[in-house]
Design a protein around this ligand. Structure first.
Ligand SMILES: [Zn+2]
Ligand SMILES: [Zn+2]
Length: 136
């Protein structure tokens, strides 16, 4: 990856750029993915299409879109996909509907989770609760 302030190549996992000292992810003048110059405020790199907005690079530790979608489809009744993405309020609601009704209303949560799982896989839900984009 590349420093978004000066375009210098930085090591994966580095905290600051060794060239300019700016924290990795800071700055908006270079693409973090390919190192080519971008205009400040530009939403994506014109060279590689990588999202640049607001430091919204796919960070190490980005949640997996496929994992979240499949969790929603198969374990949506327990809200696992929402816990995974950090939407704990929604996840808790789905879990409580299932648990407090002794499973009688589990179908409500399951359909809810199923729809969200599909939305995640189709790209309708693209970020986790912190606003970090999901990785493919
Ligand atoms: Zn730098
Ligand atoms: Zn790029």
């Amino acid at each position: 990856m590349y420093c978004k302030n000066c375009g210098n190549a930085v090591e994966q996992g580095a905290v600051v750029c060794t060239n300019c000292g700016v924290p990795v992810g800071g700055g908006d003048r270079f693409c973090a993915n390919c190192g080519s110059q971008v205009q400040p405020g530009q939403a994506a790199c014109l060279t590689c299409g990588f999202a640049t907005a607001g430091g919204a690079a796919t960070m190490p530790g980005a949640k997996s879109k496929v994992a979240a979608g499949l969790l929603g489809i198969f374990l949506g009744g327990f809200g696992i996909h929402n816990f995974y993405l950090g939407y704990t309020g929604k996840g808790l609601a789905q879990l409580l509907i299932t648990v407090l009704s002794c499973g009688m209303l589990a179908v409500v949560s399951e359909i809810w989770g199923l729809i969200e799982g599909i939305m995640i896989l189709c790209g309708s839900i693209t970020t986790d609760a912190q606003g970090n984009p999901l990785s493919d």
